[in-house]
Design a protein around this ligand. Structure first.
Ligand code: AMP
Length: 290
């Protein structure tokens, strides 16, 4: 595995693989790698001959008071994990290489970027969309794999890539979870032992929604209300949002319509750690009688 830090060098390598008609897949991360990231690598390896992983803690997607400074950066450990996972190139630029003096461009992904995560983290999705487009232009991939863990991010990226005719295939990868259901996350290390236990309530809320929709219920607003009570029953938790949304627009959905895809999304603070999770629900797509 080669480690590259210079964007121009990475771009030249990628362009060369393209000329050799090699298929390139990219997995973009902020490092502090865990099983979730590695499952994205495995999916990329199934679909592409050359896999590039990027590690970049992107300053423009963090708001004031967020954890940019203290975000974990165990680079040596990450590089070892990426190497043993069979990553071909690790692209890890410094912030100054991505945003040199005079840098001034940003992408506005439109209304979806202002809902839910976007309303709690103003400017977040503009920062994400801009860095993703930059990293796509640098790594020139045929496909890019993103985790469904960040469902709104995935929908925003699909929107931007479609709107700007980028042409890269965007693959969603299933959420990787710990044994007790907690979604794997680089931020889980912030949780104390008690908080770690309390954090399983996000998955319990998802299980409730799964069970109720399987019974054929379509009253998504009411189911979300019940899930809110489940979260609120656990000490030290505070909901930022929890509801069903239309998967394409991220508009709130109150009643399920057959064949449509929804996301049951939530952001919950457990102590001072903010966790997000979600579940994809297609009305009539599973065992339900929708
Ligand atoms: P991050 O390093 O948190 O920016 O995440 C990098 C990529 O890994 C994003 O596409 C995430 O959605 C994905 N990811 C993070 N956690 C998980 C998880 N538990 N399961 C699947 N994908 C994940």
């Amino acid at each position: 595995m080669q480690i590259i830090t210079d964007p121009a060098e990475m771009q030249a390598i990628a362009e060369n693989f393209r000329l050799q008609r090699q298929r390139i897949g990219v997995v973009m991360t902020m490092g502090a790698l865990h099983d979730g990231h590695l499952s994205l690598v495995r999916l990329a390896q199934k679909k592409a001959g050359i896999v590039i992983m990027t590690i970049f803690v992107n300053p423009t997607q963090f708001g004031p008071g967020e954890d940019f400074e203290r975000y974990p950066r165990p680079f040596e450990q990450d590089a070892a994990l990426a190497r043993s996972a069979g990553v071909d190139y690790l692209f890890a630029p410094a912030p100054e290489q991505m945003y040199p003096e005079g840098y001034s461009t940003s992408i506005d992904p439109g209304p979806m970027a202002n809902r839910f995560e976007g309303s709690f983290r103003p400017g977040h999705f503009s920062g994400v969309a801009t860095v993703v487009i930059k990293l796509l232009n640098i790594t020139r991939p045929h496909l890019a794999v993103f985790g469904e863990k960040d469902a709104q991010q995935l929908s925003v990226i699909r929107r931007v890539v479609r709107d700007l005719n980028i042409g890269t295939i965007i693959e969603g990868a299933p959420i990787s979870r710990e044994n007790d259901g907690l979604a794997t996350s680089s931020r889980n290390i912030y949780l104390s032992a008690d908080e770690r236990e309390h954090a399983t309530v996000l998955y319990h809320a998802i299980q409730h929604a799964q069970q109720e929709t399987e019974k054929g219920r379509r009253d998504l607003g009411a189911i979300a209300g019940e899930a809110e009570s489940i979260i609120d029953s656990v000490p030290g938790t505070k909901r930022d949002y929890l509801c069903f949304v239309d998967e394409d627009t991220f508009e709130t959905a109150e009643t399920a319509i057959p064949e449509k895809a929804y996301r049951f999304i939530m952001a919950v603070r457990v102590g001072s750690t903010r966790l997000i999770d979600n579940w994809r629900y297609v009305c009539g797509g599973g065992n339900d009688e929708c």
